[in-house]
Write a protein that binds this ligand. Structure first.
Ligand code: NAD
Length: 260
């Protein structure tokens, strides 16, 4: 049980982050939600989590590309809950284009949100975790943290980067009760991927369903999407005592993508 612990999940107003936040709340952790979205919808997410799992939640709207806003979010969490016990670095964006056409500001945004934000949250969370001698840091990397795909230069660079950052964090905490690991999902049908499904359907003049099948067929041998709930289950395991010697790994849940 994670009763009495506090979990901060960046980018948890949607998709994988929300699935992981709900799974941690189900184990009794108080939740700090973060990410963009409609104020009323976010309020409703908070209410649902509080009611379903009998935990406390706060929401902070920090933009993960802005270090000073990350500092403010970590401070707000400390003020409310006395620090972060479980940090899930999940916020991320994608952009698909050849390198020579890749918008420079998109490159900078992807590196800032998908990689550098995890440095800031981690550096700010570690002192209290080390003091309590307990902590869990879970970085949501990707199959693209382990292998590349054309037209995803910034994303693949950031995800390989976060796998490296995970290893160093694990080594610096190796003799403490703090662990750090990465999760490497394959395709998960979230808004981030739906955009790519839409682009494929438009480019090839095919249906939404056929575009999904095509996307999976290209990379994911199972032919099925991974779900946010399944990723939540893995995150809960990494938070358990049974996982206390799992350190510095990049753990795939990708329907066989990186087995090829
Ligand atoms: P999503 O678009 O559903 O959710 C992204 C979340 O991040 C949202 O809550 C959004 O508001 C938030 N976010 C975006 N920019 C932000 C910013 N600047 N500051 C704060 N929050 C911000 O996407 P998702 O598919 O759930 O992706 C979550 C993570 O999982 C990402 O890191 C992504 O790279 C990774 N991932 C996704 C897949 C997939 O197939 N969907 C596969 C592997 C890895």
């Amino acid at each position: 049980s994670l009763q009495g612990k506090t979990a901060l999940v960046t980018g948890s107003t949607s998709g994988i982050g929300l699935g992981i936040a709900r799974a941690l709340a189900q184990q009794g952790a108080h939740i700090v939600l973060n990410g963009f979205g409609d104020t009323a919808e976010i309020k409703a997410l908070q209410t649902t989590i509080e009611k379903d799992f009998n935990v406390k939640t706060i929401y902070h709207n920090a933009d993960m590309s802005k270090p000073e806003e990350i500092v403010a979010m970590m401070q707000a969490t400390s003020d409310k809950f006395g620090g972060v016990d479980i940090l899930v670095n999940n916020a991320g964006i994608q952009h698909v284009a050849n390198i020579e056409d890749f918008p420079v500001e998109k490159w900078d945004a992807i590196i800032a949100i998908n990689l550098t934000s995890a440095f800031h949250t981690t550096r700010l969370a570690l002192p209290a975790m080390k003091q309590k001698n307990w902590g869990r840091i879970i970085n949501i990397a990707s199959a693209h943290g382990l292998v590349g795909s054309a037209q995803k230069s910034a994303y693949v660079a950031a995800k390989h980067g976060i796998v490296g950052f995970t290893k160093v964090t694990a080594l610096e905490t190796a003799q403490t009760g703090v662990t750090c690991n990465a999760i490497c999902p394959g395709w998960v049908l979230t808004p981030l991927v739906q955009k790519q499904v839409d682009a494929r359907a438009a480019n090839e003049g095919i249906s939404n369903d056929d575009a999904k099948k095509g996307l999976l067929a290209e990379k994911q041998p199972s032919g099925e999407f991974v779900t946010p709930e399944q990723l939540g289950t893995l995150a809960v395991f990494l938070c358990s005592e049974g996982a206390s010697q799992v350190r510095g790994v990049a753990w795939s849940m990708d329907g066989g993508w990186t087995a090829q």
